[in-house]
Design a protein around this ligand. Structure first.
Ligand code: SAH
Ligand code: SF4
Ligand code: F3S
Length: 473
């Protein structure tokens, strides 16, 4: 069920600054959606904004610190506007708001609204309260009602759209704040996901990226009231005729079930890319992290995935310097990376997060050692990414062009393996899926030549999909 609110003319301006994961990007878009009916239209100009929302991330220390430095800047903007007789409502949303709650106000008393990731459907009410009274509104509940039931149906969409299907986490990895900031794991029902996907496609989306902190743990109820699975959901979404591409992120190795692996072999619309964080290659550290899988489990899983879809590009997250990580543990991580061969990856220095078990563990690693390990790890990952991109040169691929490129006359999109792609071409190809030949590799992108812009998007039969050689590995 979605709520439809009578619209008011857009007389006020809203500026949202977003940090963190794609789920925060999705949430920011939905906050704009819930505020539109009470008259807020987006602006890029913070000085013109009647309301500014900081949608924050708490995952690492530096992410949280950025919020406070931005708040310092916004205080000045708010004061300048006040001197000109204009009110600015300043809201802090997202995971820092959830983690810090009222404590945030001690550091930033000029903030008007503090709201967590599970209460933004109540924003219109909070704005009304903040506008009426001088006091501060704090809402960091985990409400019993389902936030998604109160969000309006999306009416606008880019060509590639995010769709949150699962939220929260029950895994409690030693280092991670997500179970505390996002709450318990929760899957949206299949019908709600399909309805939102249809609305996004009707609004112009041709690619949907399914989101969740543990997206492959999704087990939303189907029409019979039984738990479904992500593999099955992907097949149902692939039946939408005007939807051409599907992706999903982020997956946990423990939740990668057979139906999802088989979907990679059989569903042509499912892009051959998987972000599957392993964090470490050392069993000792994986146990300390409470990941509940070993390096060998991960390698076996990669083997099964590649058997199902030999063209699969793999991505991961790594943490270096978790408490207790020895040089030998770190060497095991490098060995795992060499064995898998990643198309891309994210890597971080361990950052102690208040309230998590690892933060108070003995044997914290020095910053110097973490820096050195991160540099070594990133060098290896960069070399693998370069090798992967170079191996793509000469291949053909279908690219969904989603907008103009950086230079005049260019259009841009993404390759099936997620690299940004650009070429010289007519703007009329934006919104089309086009056959291209990959002509050059750069560290973070590919240049391509257009082959057959006129061709309509075609289905690749499953036999063909699994016969493609794994040229990009
Ligand atoms: N649910 C996903 C990850 C979500 S957080 C998973 O389980 O893989 C995104 C990434 O941030 C994590 O994969 C991890 O690599 C990193 N991260 C989380 N907490 C961290 C911390 N305290 N220090 C450094 N990196 C961290
Ligand atoms: Fe954090 Fe672990 Fe949950 Fe991922 S699985 S969100 S790393 S606690
Ligand atoms: Fe950050 Fe919260 Fe996402 S901590 S990574 S915004 S779930």
């Amino acid at each position: 069920m979605t709520q439809s609110l009578p619209s008011r003319p857009n007389t006020k301006r809203l500026h949202i600054i977003t940090w963190g994961c794609q789920m925060n990007a999705y949430d920011s878009a939905r906050m704009a959606d819930v505020l539109a009916p009470i008259g807020y239209a987006p602006t890029d100009d913070v000085g013109a904004a009647d309301m500014v929302i900081l949608n924050t991330c708490h995952i690492r220390d530096r992410a949280a610190e950025k919020v406070f430095s931005e708040l310092g800047r916004l205080r000045v903007v708010k004061e300048e506007r006040a001197a000109a007789g204009r009110r600015t409502i300043l809201a802090v949303a997202g995971c820092v708001a959830q983690a810090e709650g009222e404590a945030l106000l001690a550091r930033a008393p000029f903030v008007d609204i503090v709201l967590g990731p599970q209460t933004y459907h109540r924003l219109p009410e909070m704005v009304a309260r903040a506008s009426r009274a001088a006091g501060v509104v704090v809402d960091t509940d985990f409400p019993a009602e389902e936030k998604f039931d109160f969000l309006p149906v999306p009416v606008a969409s880019g060509l590639s759209a995010f769709l949150t299907i699962q939220e929260g986490c029950d895994k409690f990895c030693s280092y991670c704040v997500v179970p505390y900031t996002r709450g318990a794991e929760h899957s949206r029902p299949e019908a709600a996901v399909l309805a939102e996907a249809r609305a996004l496609v009707a609004a112009g989306a041709r690619e949907i990226v399914l989101l969740g902190q543990n997206v492959n743990a999704w087990h939303g109820l189907d029409e019979t009231g039984s738990p479904s699975s992500l593999g099955r959901l992907i097949r149902r979404l692939a039946d939408l005729p005007d939807l051409w591409r599907l992706r999903y992120t982020t997956s946990h190795p423990r939740d990668m079930d057979d139906s999802l692996i088989v979907a990679h072999a059989e569903v042509a619309k499912l892009m051959p890319f998987l972000h599957l964080p392993v964090q470490s290659g050392s069993d000792r550290i994986l146990a300390a992290m409470n990941r509940k899988h070993t390096a060998a489990d991960y390698l076996r899983l990669v083997e099964r995935l590649r058997r199902a879809q030999p063209d699969l590009a793999l991505s991961s997250d790594f943490i270096v310097g978790h408490p207790g990580e020895t040089r030998a543990d770190f060497a095991a991580t490098l060995a795992l990376i060499r064995e898998v061969g990643f198309a891309q990856a994210y890597s971080f220095k361990y950052s102690p997060r208040p309230g998590t078990p690892a933060a108070t563990a003995q044997s914290q690693i020095s910053e110097e050692e973490k820096d050195a390990r991160l540099q070594e790890l990133q060098e290896l990952l960069r070399a693998q990414q370069d090798a992967f991109n170079r191996a793509c040169v000469g291949r053909r691929a279908r690219v969904l062009f989603t907008g103009p490129g950086r230079h005049p006359g260019q259009i841009a999109g993404r390759a099936p393996w997620l690299q940004p792609v650009h070429t010289t071409g007519p703007a009329a190809l934006v919104g089309r899926e086009v056959e291209v030949a990959i002509s050059a590799a750069h560290p973070n992108s590919l240049s391509v030549d257009l082959l057959s812009p006129e061709q309509p998007p075609e289905e690749c039969p499953p036999e063909q999909a699994s016969e493609q050689e794994h040229a990009c590995a």
